[in-house]
Design a binder for this molecule. Structure first.
Ligand SMILES: Cc1ncc(COP(=O)(O)O)c(C=O)c1O
Length: 456
């Protein structure tokens, strides 16, 4: 093991002591996928407070796509912090906000004039996208999907599907939110995995699309729908890509009915799928795109970018917030984008290669370990779904959480996902070296092997 260096049991004594203190001082609500406290991070590596060196296959939930503490980002933050940390765009404007908006207007797919609004978090961007869509269309209904995750504020939570623990005890939720089945080919909501058109992500998932049309036409009325919001690849829902034909049919349906298509690319954006945005895999453009996570390189910043006339619908003063588009976060995001643009998008090419290495390993493992029910994703945004039985597809949540524990105890930080908690998702920093990647994958395979053997 070259890149992983374990010096204590994980969690080590300092992490354990800090976690005890955390329990006393911090509200119970925020969850931890590992019991580790971190001291510093660089590239794809993290060092915990006990001196252990681990590989990070979680990227702070898909945030540090350009790696931990890249020098360009650190320098941009340092420089901006010395000039102006906060003046509020509403009081004293600054160039970084305008420059970043211009960049995003050019980057987001769509051959039409665009404008951008910046805010602080994914959930806040979701809220604002819905406000903008309602303001433009003068309609109220919003269609979202089963297994979706859009955040924890009230509208974002209302659009989120999973109850425990995202929504449990927090009702009532926002009205005029309607949920369609997601084309989850492995366990399709409308056809229970029996979709006649299954063809490796390229089918339309006809029964699912019919169920969507039925919901809109018979229960809501297309003329009442302001927007359809979806993740091109479900994030928390388990890395399930929308089939291409389904996405294109959805785009057409929205256009035909004056409904805005909002793509939530908070997790799938900024190279996570091997392209700048997952939308590029589908040859479609959204009316509004929501971004966060990878955009800021670790700084809290989010954006809504879309058709200029739609973005201009709310009146002056209609959208905003004290910290929206903070100058240090703007500087960080501009540095992130310049990393993506370097060497004719070398990082995106590397992301594609990373995806191929992970997928090849996963496909090979699937032929060896029956616990793996499904291998799926887009580019390097890949996941394994674990089942107790390949025929019944009964989710194996316990195995998945044991595997995640095995991984961090052996030096690889991973996170789980999925409505049934039985998905291991891979969110490596995209600049990870082949050696680091292979070493981390070896640990995951050892875990699958060990825990599979322990089951029989
Ligand atoms: C697809 C998607 N939308 C929205 C959010 C919410 O973003 P935030 O946690 O920044 O509020 C997330 C976060 O995981 C996400 O993955």
């Amino acid at each position: 093991m070259k890149h992983i260096q374990i010096k204590t049991a994980i969690p080590g004594p300092k992490s354990i002591a800090l976690m005890d203190e955390r329990k006393k001082q911090v509200a119970r609500g925020p969850f931890h996928t590992t019991p580790i406290f971190i001291e510093r991070a660089n590239g794809a590596k993290v060092w915990d407070v006990d001196g252990n060196q681990l590989l990070d296959f979680a990227s702070g939930i898909g945030v540090v796509n350009t790696g931990h503490t890249p020098p360009e980002v650190v320098e941009a933050i340092r420089k901006q912090a010395g000039l102006n940390i906060h003046s509020s765009i509403n009081v004293l404007a600054y160039e970084g906000y305008v420059e970043l908006s211009k960049k995003l207007n050019a980057l987001v797919p769509g051959d039409y004039p665009k404008k951008t609004f910046l805010c602080n978090s994914g959930a806040e961007a979701v809220e604002n996208a819905i406000k903008i869509a309602r303001s433009f269309t003068k309609r109220q209904a919003v269609i979202c999907f089963d297994h979706a995750y859009h955040g924890r504020t009230y509208m974002a939570m209302s659009l989120t599907s999973k109850v425990k623990f995202y929504k449990h005890g927090f009702a009532p939720f926002n009205p005029e939110v309607y949920r369609a089945p997601f084309p989850y080919e492995y366990r399709c909501g409308s056809c229970n995995g029996q979709c006649p058109n299954q063809s490796n992500g390229n089918s339309k998932c006809e029964p699912c699309f019919k169920a969507f049309e039925h919901l809109v036409n018979s229960q809501v009325g297309a003329e009442n729908v302001a927007a359809v919001i979806l993740e091109p690849v479900l994030g928390e829902g388990g890395f399930i890509p929308v089939p291409k034909e389904y996405m294109q049919a959805l785009r057409k349906f929205c256009t035909d009915n004056g409904i805005l298509l909002i793509l939530d690319e908070i997790q799938s954006g900024f190279g996570r799928t091997g392209k700048m945005f997952a939308a590029e895999h589908y040859d479609i453009a959204p009316d509004l795109m929501i971004m966060a996570k990878g955009l800021g390189g670790g700084m809290p910043i989010a954006a809504v970018t879309g058709r200029a006339e739609v973005m201009d619908a709310p009146p002056e003063g209609g959208i905003g917030g004290t910290y929206c588009g903070n100058p240090v976060a703007c500087a960080s995001a501009l540095a992130v984008i310049s990393i993506f643009e370097k060497d004719k998008s070398a990082l995106l090419r590397q992301a594609v290669d990373v995806g191929i290495i992970i997928r090849n390993s996963f496909e090979k493992w699937k032929t060896i370990y029956p616990i793996i029910g499904d291998v799926r994703g887009l580019g390097p945004m890949l996941a394994l779904e674990f089942v107790k039985d390949r025929i019944t597809k009964e989710p194996d949540k316990e195995f998945t959480s044991q595997l995640s524990k095995f991984c961090y105890e052996n030096g690889v930080v991973t996170i789980t996902a999925g409505t049934f908690g039985n998905v291991l998702r891979i969110l490596v920093p995209l600049m990870i070296s082949t050696e680091e990647l292979q070493e981390g994958l070896e640990v995951i395979e050892k875990g699958i092997q060990f825990l599979s053997a322990a089951k029989v």
